[in-house]
Ligand binder design. Structure first.
Ligand SMILES: Nc1ncnc2c1ncn2[C@@H]1O[C@H](COP(=O)(O)OP(=O)(O)OP(=O)(O)O)[C@@H](O)[C@H]1O
Length: 479
């Protein structure tokens, strides 16, 4: 097919022309511009890529595009070879890979990025990102979260045991990545931190990094702004154990996901441990790219449930014990029966109870416990409670509270009900389940649907947006 004698450069130019049609601008810049055409021998084009990782990335993500480009520029007999510039300075030719589409690259056995594990301080903020809040990147771990003070029960047994396995053999078990998921305040962060702390305690040389997804995203945005994405990525590639908290926030953030995917692959392939937390299981993580989700499933996903009564009792006792306080079992049982939202609230009540007893110089007994629980309800009423929201919204739309909680599916009832659910989610800490409960025992998926419906209307319907803004004035600033 090729009658004209051509050189590597012109063939590669032709390839790039095709590739450009299929690949977003940014990816093109990142992954194709650095490639140097090395030689063309017969129908085989050799391209030089900056690293083995780079080669793997191309193989994994752009194999079809490359095949198409080669078909076009050389013909179906065309072959592509890579020449990898490795740190040692010599060339390495991995086997032709693009003829095996979707093949997962073999674990990398060439030198991973240079890192001296025994000198974690050298790893601090190697990229000059202004968003580090003066914190050392190595110390996002909070030593108060340990396995010792993490109560085990049926509600968290799998996650806790998997966490312990990972903590004793990071990167070695098949729980990589380990995904811990569950509702608000159920102990995801505590468990993820406990794993990190234990690894740190037994492997002081390991670079364990706990970072919230929000922080990760902010750092990424800064890196984009400062033109230092490579530094940002390089920094994360040095981590031995990466703990990313609340990955659901990656939803819809395409570029951050792309970079995280890159980091994830590299860490995973080099036997580094990845731990993530999320407020929902991977299958429900909408807005995350399929290729990320499929990788999340490589390891283990373990959920945390609402603790059962016995576990709530154990958590209260642990908390009291930690604070050196001893109270009647009757009171503990009463508290465990009264609070069934999440562990954070349970702890909050215990803390208030101890504080009250100290302030009033009183014994902790049933009376004080009742009083504290009442006060907590009153306190929160001064803020925004689900009741105030439901009342305000029903008055505004002139429907009764019974209708708000009732079964009617009439539009004039459903809409205010959905608005109230939307504000309840926004202004209270209640779980979706509890919100559903207050609206006549509805399912949490109904609440999600309501929130989504109203959020979408807010985006696209100016009238609804104005109504929501008006209503919001009743609730003031969010706490
Ligand atoms: N099993 C447990 N034993 C003892 N304390 C726990 C347990 N689970 C959670 N806690 C405590 O409850 C509080 C809330 O836990 P944590 O912050 O880990 O929840 P979370 O699931 O990460 O919440 P969010 O979804 O809001 O991020 C923390 O103070 C934590 O120490």
């Amino acid at each position: 097919m090729q009658t004209v004698v051509r050189d590597a450069k012109s063939v590669w130019q032709e390839c790039l022309r095709i590739i450009r049609e299929y690949v977003p601008e940014q990816s093109f810049k990142t992954w194709f511009e650095p490639i140097v055409p090395a030689r063309l021998v017969g129908s085989t084009l050799t391209i030089q890529v900056p690293s083995e990782f780079f080669y793997e990335w191309l193989e994994e993500n752009y194999v079809h595009v490359l095949r198409r480009a080669i078909d076009h520029a050389i013909g179906r007999q065309g072959m592509l070879e890579y020449s990898v510039i490795v740190d040692r300075g010599d060339d390495k030719k991995p086997p032709m890979g693009y003829t095996v589409p979707n093949q997962r690259p073999a674990p990398q056995n060439s030198a991973p990025p240079a890192k001296k594990a025994s000198e974690p301080e050298q790893l601090r903020n190697p990229f000059e990102l202004p968003d580090l809040d003066g914190l050392e990147l190595t110390s996002y771990l909070n030593p108060i979260y340990t396995f010792e003070n993490y109560v085990e029960g049926d509600f968290n047994r799998l996650a806790r045991s998997a966490g312990q396995a990972v903590a004793s053999k990071p990167g070695v078990t098949s729980f990589n990545p380990l995904m811990i998921y569950g509702g608000v305040g159920l102990g995801k962060t505590h468990l993820a931190q406990a794993i990190g702390n234990q690894i740190k305690a037994s492997n002081s040389g390991k670079f364990v990094l706990f970072v919230s997804t929000e922080k990760f995203m902010n750092q990424f945005v800064m890196a984009v702004r400062n033109n230092s994405i490579q530094n940002f990525t390089n920094f994360y590639l040095q981590v031995d154990v990466l703990i990313l908290d609340d990955v659901q926030f990656l939803a819809g953030k395409e570029r951050t996901q792309e970079t995280f995917f890159h980091i994830f692959n590299h860490l995973h392939q080099t036997g580094k441990q990845i731990i993530m937390t999320s407020d929902r299981p991977p299958k429900d993580l909408q807005g995350l790219q399929d290729r990320l989700l499929s990788r999340f499933k490589w390891g283990l996903s373990a959920d945390l449930q609402m603790p059962d009564l016995e576990s709530r009792i154990a958590i209260i006792m642990k908390k009291l014990h930690g604070d050196g306080v001893d109270i009647d079992y009757e009171v503990i049982e009463y508290l465990a029966h009264s609070i069934d939202t999440n562990v954070r609230e349970l702890e909050g009540v215990v803390v208030s109870l101890i504080a009250q007893a100290t302030l009033l110089r009183r014994e902790i007994d049933m009376n004080l416990a009742r009083q504290v629980l009442r006060n907590i309800v009153q306190d929160s009423e001064r803020e925004v409670t689900i009741e105030t929201i439901m009342e305000t919204i029903s008055q505004h739309y002139r429907i009764s509270l019974q209708d708000m909680k009732g079964k009617s599916r009439k539009k004039e009832i459903v809409f205010p009900r959905q608005v109230a659910m939307y504000f309840a989610k926004d202004y209270t800490d209640l779980s979706l389940k509890s919100i559903g409960y207050h609206f006549g025992g509805r399912d949490h998926s109904t609440v999600i649907h309501a929130i989504q419906t109203i959020s979408e209307l807010k985006e696209h319907n100016a009238e609804v947006k104005a109504q929501l803004q008006e209503l919001q004035k009743n609730f003031g600033k969010k706490s």
